[in-house]
Design a protein. Structure first.
Length: 232
């Protein structure tokens, strides 16, 4: 089992990563504590770049997180950064990749862990080219190089940035949508659409917000609001 790539969390990001890894020809071991989220259909639904091919690769759902820790040299933590506080400590020969969409949250969480030298901070954008931002200002040089090679092997596109530059950019791209969702504008636009009262530009905004609603869980919104560049 030593050839498995580990994933902790099988929500939107975890299922996309699983599909991407399988599609590249490697095997995945996933731990998801909520049984209702262990849905293999999510892999096909949430692929980043292409359908899963019959490459002989496979997915295994671990019944306990210790199974992932025992068998996976690289583990993706596709969960909110604050939830990593209670996770077991990695071995010295393992690399953990924190995937919170707010890198400051990942940085703060990583600094509190005894295995911080084994951690990498990243953010998979889930866009059409498979961009993955990696924090250049945290993690050892060796582990960063290994992580870059890993992302390239699973056909994603790593790019270095600083924690601050990343969060500043994400705030610029996400703050407006967050505001429209939190202030009730989204619901107002839904009602206007039912009455056929939207302009074409209003319809485009509603379409975007409807898409965001499908992928932004309450946990996602709570995480995004921790971005220091977004005014709450």
């Amino acid at each position: 089992m030593k050839d498995f790539i580990g994933i902790v969390g099988f929500g939107e990001l975890g299922s996309r990563l699983a599909g991407q890894i399988i599609s590249s020809g490697q095997a995945v071991m996933v731990y998801e504590e909520n049984p209702s989220r262990r849905n293999l259909n999510q892999i096909e639904k949430n692929m980043l770049k292409r359908p899963v091919k019959a490459t002989g690769a496979k997915i295994h759902f671990a019944t306990d997180i210790s199974e992932v820790l025992e068998n996976c040299p690289i583990i993706h933590f596709a969960i909110s950064a604050h939830t990593t506080e209670s996770l077991p400590i990695l071995r010295e020969d393992q690399i953990g990749i924190l995937h919170d969409s707010v890198m400051t949250s990942s940085l703060n969480a990583a600094k509190q862990r005894a295995d911080k030298s084994q951690l990498i901070i990243a953010h998979c954008l889930m866009n059409s080219v498979g961009r993955v931002f990696m924090a250049q200002d945290f993690g050892t040089k060796t582990n960063l190089e290994i992580a870059v090679q890993h992302f390239q092997k699973i056909e994603l596109e790593p790019k270095f940035t600083t924690v601050d530059d990343h969060d500043n950019l994400m705030a610029k791209s996400q703050a407006l949508a967050l505001s429209l969702v939190r202030t009730g504008v989204h619901e107002d636009l839904k009602q206007a659409a039912i009455a056929n009262d939207l302009t074409p530009s209003g319809e485009q905004i509603l379409h975007s917000l409807n898409h965001i609603e499908m992928i932004w869980t309450p946990e996602t919104i709570a995480s995004l609001l921790k971005n220091p560049y977004i005014e709450n």
